[in-house]
Design a binder for this molecule. Structure first.
Ligand code: PMT
Length: 353
């Protein structure tokens, strides 16, 4: 296509001898572009298939599907105000890419899970039911103000060896337990833990396909830090890699970005938000814009590593909104979730016209 464009620019396209090429060139260029995008699509499909074929199957997929169906059904019956609840899948924490089948070592992705856990609390407050797809051991909703070792730090033995909450923590512990219980017992919070990239993507697919039946009421809020490279299961050594050699030679394959598959195939009507994390703020917005276009997201939340708890930028096709936390005591997720919830409501209304 590069040479075709040059020819078109170098000649007078209105001269009779070039008239046929005026009509042919754009068509050739279009065909070329269409073929290329078909090739890209084909390659992605092949990579997606290879990923799922090579993944060790989830041992509890039946159980997960059952829990999901019950959760979705329960939250789809109309509430007092006549509307069925919106349901959001929040992904949180980093995925691991194992290097051995009987895994001792793995490549990890940075994410404490704070964003996902905090956002889940605000989504619940905004009236959503939340499917919390989270890395095992990462921050959990309602527990983020507890100390690192909550059991030994928040509780103490009494004289007759009963257990009581230490005075300093009584309010924090009460709030955490009551709020968590209200969300889970009320049937509005479902937690599904993952460890590896294989578990994460298989679970995300099951969730997305299960949520298809609620159409535009579904939202995906993809805050997890997902591995970019992995070792396909069939190429992975079974046992612990021995440490004799000074060079570790492991071939990592690119993880196919499932964002477009999620948008186009798994849950085409859902409102989808992905995240863009960079450490270099000068490239952040361009990368966010590119992700919006490439994966056809409804919004991209762009954040820079060192300021991620203070500010984010929400990029949509028509807006670029900087969201700031109110003060050092508050959470940026509070205004962020309010904004995204409003945009989701508009999306539902616009789609039903
Ligand atoms: O958990 P915290 O410590 O609070 O930190 C929060 C956070 C910084 C991790 C979070 O706000 C964030 O930015 N999450 C996304 C991090 C990330 O992996 O960005 P990325 O640029 O590599 O990926 C962009 C998007 O593509 C993400 O939505 C990701 O879910 C998705 N992705 C990435 C790789 C891949 N193979 N497949 C994907 O679908």
């Amino acid at each position: 296509s590069g040479s075709a464009t040059t020819v078109a620019a170098a000649v007078n396209p209105f001269a009779p001898q070039f008239r046929s090429s005026i009509f042919l060139l754009p068509r050739e260029i279009l065909m070329d572009a269409a073929n290329r995008s078909e090739d890209v699509e084909q390659t992605l499909q092949t990579q997606v298939k290879a990923f799922f074929d090579s993944a060790p199957p989830l041992h509890n997929s039946h159980d997960i599907t059952q829990k999901l169906n019950q959760f979705i059904q329960r939250n789809s019956s109309s509430s007092e105000n006549g509307d069925a609840r919106r349901i959001v899948c929040v992904t949180s924490g980093g995925t691991t890419a194992p290097l051995e089948q009987r895994c001792v070592r793995y490549v990890d992705n940075f994410s404490s899970g704070h964003r996902g856990a905090t956002s889940t609390e605000y989504f619940l407050k905004a009236g959503y039911a939340v499917i919390f797809l989270c890395r095992r051991g990462s921050f959990q909703p309602f527990c983020r103000s507890l100390p690192d070792d909550p059991l030994v730090e928040c509780f103490e033995p009494t004289n007759d060896l009963d257990i009581q909450v230490r005075n300093a923590y009584s309010e924090t512990v009460k709030r955490a337990i009551v709020d968590h219980h209200t969300a889970v017992a009320g049937g509005h919070l479902l937690k599904l833990p993952f460890g590896t990239i294989f578990e994460y993507l298989q679970m995300l697919q099951i969730i997305a396909v299960s949520m298809r039946c609620i159409g535009t009421r579904a939202m995906f809020y993809l805050a997890a830090a997902v591995s970019d490279y992995y070792v396909p299961w069939k190429d992975m050594v079974e046992h612990k890699i021995q440490s004799g050699s000074h060079l570790l030679d492991v071939k990592l394959v690119q993880v196919p970005k499932m964002l477009s598959v999620l948008r186009e195939n798994w849950a085409p009507l859902a409102f989808c938000i992905s995240f863009k994390l960079e450490t270099d703020s000068s490239i952040l917005l361009n990368k966010g814009n590119a992700a919006l276009e490439k994966y056809k997201m409804h919004a991209v939340v762009a954040n820079e590593l060192s300021t991620r708890k203070e500010q984010v930028v929400v990029i949509t096709r028509t807006e670029k909104i900087t969201v700031l936390r109110d003060n050092s005591e508050s959470d940026v997720e509070n205004p962020l979730i309010k904004l995204l919830s409003e945009r989701h409501i508009s999306y539902i209304k616009d789609s039903s016209r």
